[in-house]
Design a protein around this ligand. Structure first.
Ligand code: ADP
Ligand code: G6P
Length: 486
């Protein structure tokens, strides 16, 4: 039998991606996205195993140990990538859970592949977890895993966290076989969401679709209490602060500023190239500001970093084409020889380069149409030890609830976007500090370690009660926090 682990994370992706170079040689690189940014420091510090996909179709490589973690690759065939990953996960669930900002597609073979692949992840977790161990399942790609895993291993503590928004009840109701998703999630003892409303929507649906009787943040299923609660995710503040304090990173920030045009004010966007991120609306607003003369190419520059993402999915290819066309148009119309108003970087960067950009930026523009959290916003705040810089932030990012002194904006409203960007550009040093300080306190007091310990301690308490046969009793929040021994 293979080694077993007290703590196992299960996510669609491993923290590293397998990369094939042009000469066919293979290597590993950090995987894209906020899930990996958030979880990697936790698993590294806590030790344990991580089951996930390598990002490449084909047989899974052998499990290996790295950085204090045991990585257990789960293989996806080319068909699985097509149907489970690009199809059901990113063509159906992703758009639906993001307020259907793109039309979700519903296909039966995608759903079948989703179920089959979820079973494979559940089997991997069942194999890896020690008796009575803890398994933490992550995100929308694996919502059936908790129930499948409980069937295989009833001894385990099972937690689930959804990194993306959970949709309003009416939207969720559109999902074919929607009750299966709820039953899948209810296999966990604790289901975590980014926002309280998401937990409420989920609980309400267990009543409406499964005939259960949710009470406050709990629902009893098969004699177990399942708790649904918000645990807003965060970042590794220490990592960002250390990079921001590094003289080499600071020198890089100064170099970037000089190269971008000396005293031009720097606007910055950093996103995966995803239609949820509002990149087109941002460019439209910036283009209009240039057109009406509110800003000029002589005094402002926008750097837009767009991380390549899901590039085989049609909607993402089309988005890329539209974004690049708009960047070209703006630069063509308002640029000059040797100086353009938009620098567009379609590439991944290392952490030091990103933090240097955060330090260099006068205004960080984060305008998703819908976002579970948005860790870039928190990274920008954590990097600004000088209490300077301004954050323009969409009201529809989970982070807005925690960062109310940002320049909050409705990204669907171009006029409002223009207003927020202009206000941010005009904020003097004192206003910047007044807005930045409370945001920095919030992010520092609620970092990723606190998020993980809040979740895992709550999970421990709930599972213990379920083990003691107390699960059928609905416990209130205080009982849970204090051991729930009634
Ligand atoms: P999402 O999870 O939807 O991609 P988040 O903002 O929550 O959005 O997380 C994105 C993460 O990816 C952040 O930790 C950010 O630093 C990182 N990131 C974003 N763009 C890049 C890039 N071009 N290169 C490397 N890392 C990036
Ligand atoms: C978001 C999702 C993650 C996903 C990441 C990158 O953060 O919540 O689950 O891993 O985007 O997307 P990808 O499809 O490349 O894994």
């Amino acid at each position: 039998m293979s080694d077993s682990y007290e703590f196992v994370v299960v996510a669609n992706r491993l923290p590293v991606d397998e990369v094939t170079a042009e000469d066919g040689s293979r290597s590993w690189a950090r995987s894209p996205g906020g899930l990996v940014s958030a979880l990697q420091p936790i698993v590294r510090r806590q030790g344990g195993a991580w089951a996930g996909w390598t990002g490449q179709p084909g047989d899974a490589p052998e499990p290996f140990d790295t950085d204090g973690m045991h990585l257990h690759p789960v293989g996806l065939s080319a068909d699985d990538v097509d149907r489970y990953y690009e199809g059901q996960s990113n063509g159906t669930i992703w758009p639906l859970f993001h307020d259907a900002v793109e039309q979700p597609t519903h296909r039966r073979p995608w759903r079948q592949a989703y179920e089959a692949v979820n079973r494979r992840f559940a089997e991997a977790a069942a194999l890896l977890a020690a008796p009575d161990g803890t398994v933490w399942v992550h995100d929308y790609q694996l919502m059936l895993v908790p129930a499948m895993l409980r069937e295989l291993r009833p001894d385990l503590r099972i937690g689930f966290f959804l990194h993306i928004p959970f949709p309003p009840v009416e939207l969720f109701m559109q999902l074919p076989r929607r009750a299966d998703i709820l039953r899948g999630l209810l296999g966990a003892d604790l289901v975590g969401f980014q926002r309280p409303l998401a937990a409420q929507n989920f609980l309400q649906l267990t009543g409406r679709l499964l005939g259960l009787d949710p009470q406050e943040e709990h629902v009893v299923v098969d004699g177990r209490t399942v708790t649904a609660r918000a645990f807003p995710i965060s970042i590794d503040v220490t990592e960002v602060e250390e990079l921001a304090a590094d003289p080499a990173v600071q020198a890089e920030a100064r170099r970037m500023r000089t190269e971008l045009g000396g005293d031009r004010r720097l606007l910055l966007g950093v996103d995966r190239l995803d239609y949820t991120k509002g990149i087109e609306q941002r460019l439209e607003a910036y283009g209009e500001l240039l057109a009406d003369g509110t800003v000029s190419n002589d005094d402002v520059v926008l750097v837009q970093v767009a991380t390549p993402s899901r590039m085989r999915v049609k909607e993402y290819q089309e988005l890329r084409a539209r974004v690049e066309r708009e960047v070209g148009r703006i630069n063509g119309e308002y640029g000059a020889v040797g100086q353009v108003p938009v620098h567009y970087l379609f590439q991944s960067m290392n952490r030091a380069e990103l933090v240097a950009l955060y330090l260099a930026a006068d205004v960080m523009v984060i305008t998703p149409l819908r976002d579970g959290m948005n860790l870039v916003a928190k990274e920008y705040v954590a990097a600004r030890h000088d209490d300077q810089g301004a954050l323009v932030l969409s009201e529809f990012a989970g982070a807005a609830a925690e960062l109310p002194t940002a320049f909050l904006v409705n990204p669907h409203d171009v006029e409002d976007l223009k207003r927020a960007i202009t206000d941010a550009l005009h904020a003097d040093g004192a206003e910047q500090a007044e807005r930045m300080k409370p945001m920095r306190t919030q992010v520092r007091d609620n970092d990723i370690d606190k998020w993980a310990s809040d979740f895992l301690e709550t999970l421990g308490t709930i599972s213990e009660d379920n083990d003691k046969g107390l699960g059928g009793l609905i416990l209130d929040g205080d009982d849970l926090r204090h051991g729930g021994n009634r």
